[in-house]
Write a protein that binds this ligand. Structure first.
Ligand SMILES: Nc1ncnc2c1ncn2[C@@H]1O[C@H](COP(=O)(O)OP(=O)(O)OP(=O)(O)O)[C@@H](O)[C@H]1O
Ligand SMILES: [Mg+2]
Length: 419
């Protein structure tokens, strides 16, 4: 039996290391046999990539005829860049899942042959070697008529047909290029994915997005109506956080730490991370690193401090998005701060800010659009607790005090035991 490692770095790619969310794993697995686009939604670091990789790996275990293409769209700002990533996606997929197969090798060979054939038709170079799946290559393909997503999907479906293979194509963070590429890009994506659903029988499409509003702008378009399977990852609750930490830390720690986990979870980890598994995992990784070289109480303090520093940096990047894209970011930042402080309803926000309906609704629309705020049952919440850390809306002093009191209590117990 493989060792469970909930604290393994990077996105998980084995179900053994992927904590809980089994209803979503099942839903995704079932969707592989449906002709719909599966949409995995959830805020940053909640486990979207891990859910897809682990489920696909498990699905492929007993299926020698399946290929996996991972199209990681983070930081993609142009069509050529996106196309070159699609061209490399079988290689990236193999790396993400850490798998090799004769089918993958054969696919790679046929793809290169096919691309050489396509490009040779528009160039005088007689024997063109495809050395790199680069932006230059996608530019050349554009000259040969391969301009949009649909052309690539058709090409891949044909190759899979020749090989009698099926392929799962995962467009990870699909909203990212839509932030930069204009001119009907969102509509083109929706149309291409709907076409794949209806006619490209060898392809199964999965998309993910952290900016939920923007992702919905892409997928909730007419061509995709009725062709979507939604899978939404939610934060862990306090009991799950405790259970996760107990299981995750167990392989690394002595009995004394197991005893402190319930209090540690409810007093410190849950209030800071709000149940987002990526932050909890990071804390666990710091703690495991530190308990090797320092005593428990020091290791706890240092690990929390490292977590908060990382959250601060991430939150700052997110708040800076407002500074970059809005002409008057101050009002939006003030509104965001109030939401982080617990001023959650429209009427409360109106009262405290005195902004007009028009101004407030435009601010909230932007906050939702850039993935900073989400609406749940008519109330607004920050998507990521790191924003609250950065804006000073979480009382870190209060949490640190509670941690210190907690540590003193542990020390008292330790000294009474040894005394
Ligand atoms: N269910 C889980 N069990 C154990 N670890 C998890 C789980 N889900 C996510 N993680 C860990 O949390 C971190 C973030 O996960 P992942 O990258 O999959 O999230 P994401 O939603 O894709 O994030 P992003 O929005 O940054 O792309 C990773 O370190 C991953 O190993
Ligand atoms: Mg991800």
């Amino acid at each position: 039996m493989e060792l469970v490692d909930y604290l393994k770095r990077g996105p998980k790619n084995r179900l053994e290391d992927f904590y809980d969310y089994r209803d979503l794993v099942d839903k995704l697995r079932i969707s592989f046999n449906l002709s719909t686009v599966s949409v995995v939604l959830g805020v940053r670091r909640i486990g979207k990539t891990s859910l897809v990789l682990s489920t696909v790996y498990d699905f492929m275990k007993n299926r020698k005829d399946v290929l996996f293409f991972h199209i990681d769209l983070r930081g993609v700002t142009s069509r050529d860049q996106m196309n070159s990533i699609i061209l490399r996606s079988h290689i990236i997929g193999a790396k993400s899942l850490e798998y090799k197969s004769p089918l993958l090798k054969e696919f790679d060979k046929r793809l290169k042959d096919k691309l050489t054939e396509i490009i040779s038709s528009t160039t005088r170079e007689a024997s063109l070697k495809i050395i790199k799946f680069s932006k230059t290559l996608s530019r050349r393909l554009r000259e040969a008529g391969y301009t949009g997503l649909r052309d690539y999907l058709e090409l891949y479906d044909d190759l899979c047909s020749e090989l009698n293979a099926r392929c799962i194509m995962f467009f990870d963070e699909i909203h990212e290029p839509a932030l930069y590429i204009k001119n009907g890009f969102k509509r083109e994506i929706a149309g291409s994915l709907a076409y794949a659903c209806d006619y490209l029988r060898n392809l199964k499409i999965v998309v993910s997005g952290s900016l939920v509003r923007l992702t919905e702008e892409i997928i909730n378009q007419d061509p995709l109506v009725g062709r979507l399977t939604y899978i939404e990852l939610k934060e862990l609750d306090m009991i799950q956080v405790r259970d996760f930490l107990e299981k995750a830390l167990k392989p690394y720690i002595k009995q004394d730490l197991v005893r402190v986990i319930p209090t540690l979870s409810s007093v410190v980890v849950y209030p800071i991370t709000n149940g987002i598994i990526g932050w909890i995992t990071l804390f666990g990784q710091y703690l495991v690193e530190n308990i090797g070289s320092m005593e428990l109480s020091k290791a706890l303090t240092v690990s929390i401090r490292s977590l908060i520093t990382d959250m601060y940096k991430t939150g700052l990047e997110q708040v800076n998005v407002l500074r970059r894209y809005l002409r008057e970011p101050d009002k939006a930042i003030k509104t965001l701060y109030l939401i982080c402080k617990g001023v959650n309803s429209w009427s409360e926000l109106k009262n405290v800010t005195s902004y007009s309906d028009g101004v407030l609704s435009s601010i909230i629309e932007k906050l939702e659009r850039y993935g900073l705020v989400k609406k749940v049952a008519d109330k607004y919440y920050p998507c990521d607790p790191s924003i609250s850390v950065t804006l000073g809306a979480i009382d870190i002093g209060e949490i640190t005090n509670r941690l210190e009191q907690f540590i003193q209590a542990i020390n008292l117990i330790e000294s009474s035991r040894s005394g």
